[in-house]
Design a protein. Structure first.
Length: 155
């Protein structure tokens, strides 16, 4: 069990590095947005305001999640009991199985729902229709790529 906990500590440290990087990127995006650099590149002012608000919300949520996870990880690194609980939480077979089933089915359902939405939107905006269909294609390609990667099938 001791080797597993040491491996878990290294994994948590790797996660912390990723979280700090994500926090830094999100904060940089906020600085870029607030500087007015992005707003100059939009055709209409209303779009720039909307995107600036979207970026602000995205950064706030991302930073809160990063901080929450960092605090949780740091607490686990300092307390072996919390580390063991986190290890069990991350390696629970039942949770992994549920997430795998939900993930696969949610991709399929999302693609079907997006196609239906695209058909409805096609009466309003052809560009939006193409964008939604493009998103469905990207989701499908990423899903197929992940299936090939995890099944180790040679192309």
């Amino acid at each position: 069990m001791e080797k597993k906990l040491e491996k878990m500590k290294k994994e948590i440290q790797r996660q912390n590095a990723v979280l700090i990087g994500l926090f830094t990127i999100a904060s940089g995006l906020l600085v870029l947005s607030n500087s007015g650099f992005l707003a100059r590149h939009y055709t209409g002012g209303q779009y720039a305001d909307f995107i600036d608000g979207f970026i602000l919300g995205l950064v706030i949520v991302t930073d809160i999640i990063c901080i929450f996870r960092l605090v949780k990880n740091q607490a686990a690194l300092k307390d072996e009991k919390k580390l063991t609980r986190l290890y069990n939480e991350m390696n629970d077979e039942r949770t992994k199985q549920i997430n795998a089933l939900a993930g696969g089915n949610s991709v399929k359902m999302s693609m079907i729902l997006l196609i239906v939405i695209a058909l409805i939107v096609s009466f309003i905006s052809f560009e939006a229709f193409l964008a939604i269909i493009g998103a469905v294609v990207v989701i499908g390609l990423v899903h197929k790529g992940m299936v090939l990667y995890y099944s180790r099938v040679e192309i």
